[in-house]
Design a binder for this molecule. Structure first.
Ligand code: HEC
Length: 257
């Protein structure tokens, strides 16, 4: 049985090597831009300027601290009530703001410290804190990206990244890598982690720990990209091909990969 054998880069026409190199250069710049974009849209959401698992949890599954009520109480309304009463309100918010607890614990605080200003008679433009409905509007949880947004972002992501890694993997398939299985693993990795990445966006809504899966998937994708990029460019222009290849017109004598 004779398997098709790959042709090493250096036995490809110069025109193809130039084409491959240019495509890789632009993809390299594109990858950097994508990283900056990821940073810009996620970092700092948790208050710490570095990007973290918490930032991604907030982006995908929402922020338990992200209600208008909590930000007001951590900001401009902080001095309207004693700190221990603020904590009671935060605890209630983090507990999904149930009505029973509202009537028992929260309403009395609001009655005492807030409704002097927050009632439609006094200030119609301020949130009405006299009723549970009024309070619910500022206590609604920030649920992160909704499913419609996720679906839109995922289909773009799946199609465009598959395209990029098809091209990068195709170029890289002309490289000499030992053992051959390593070459196959490098080619397969981006597609596998693309699936785990996109799946984790949704799973993060169920369990926020999946945010780490997003980060790990992204890290593996980046490493596979970097490895294929560097090996391809190096072998195209600087590598001295082993004699087993040069003696066989750029093809390996026996192994398919
Ligand atoms: C002295 C009047 C006054 C009191 C008392 C007061 N507020 Fe306010 N509140 C305001 C004003 C004025 C604004 C709008 C300006 C601003 O955001 O600083 C506001 C804004 C808010 C907002 C932001 C609304 C939005 O759309 O983002 C929330 C939430 C809020 N207050 C909650 C409270 C809570 C809870 C209390 C009681 C602990 C309270 N306020 C007590 C006057 C008051």
């Amino acid at each position: 049985m004779s398997k098709a054998r790959y042709v090493h880069f250096q036995f490809l026409p110069m025109s193809l090597r130039v084409l491959f190199t240019m495509v890789l250069l632009v993809f390299g710049v594109g990858y950097l831009m994508a990283m900056i974009q990821v940073w810009e849209s996620h970092a700092g959401k948790d208050g710490d300027p570095m990007i973290s698992g918490k930032d991604l949890m907030i982006s995908y599954s929402g922020n338990p601290e992200g209600t208008k009520l909590e930000s007001a109480l951590r900001g401009p309304m902080a001095d309207m009530l004693p700190p221990e009463k603020r904590e009671v309100i935060f605890a209630w918010l983090h507990n999904k703001a149930p009505q029973a607890e509202f009537d028992a614990k929260i309403n009395p605080i609001l009655q005492e410290h807030c409704i002097a200003c927050h009632n439609p008679g006094a200030n119609p433009h301020l949130p009405d804190l006299q009723t549970f409905d009024g309070v619910s509007k500022v206590a609604a949880a920030d649920t992160g990206m909704n499913i419609a947004t996720l679906v839109r972002v995922s289909h773009i992501h799946l199609f465009s990244i598959t395209f990029i890694f098809f091209i990068v993997g195709f170029i890289f398939s002309h490289a000499y890598v030992r053992p051959p299985i390593l070459k196959c693993i490098l080619i397969a990795t981006p597609f596998v982690v693309l699936i785990t990445d996109v799946a984790s966006w949704y799973l993060t809504k169920i369990w926020t720990g999946f945010a780490w899966m997003v980060i790990i998937s992204g890290a593996f994708m980046g490493m596979a990209f970097a490895a294929m990029w560097l090996i391809s460019v190096y072998q195209m222009w600087f590598f001295k091909v082993p004699t087993e290849i040069s003696d066989n017109e750029g093809r390996l004598p026996s192994i398919g990969a």
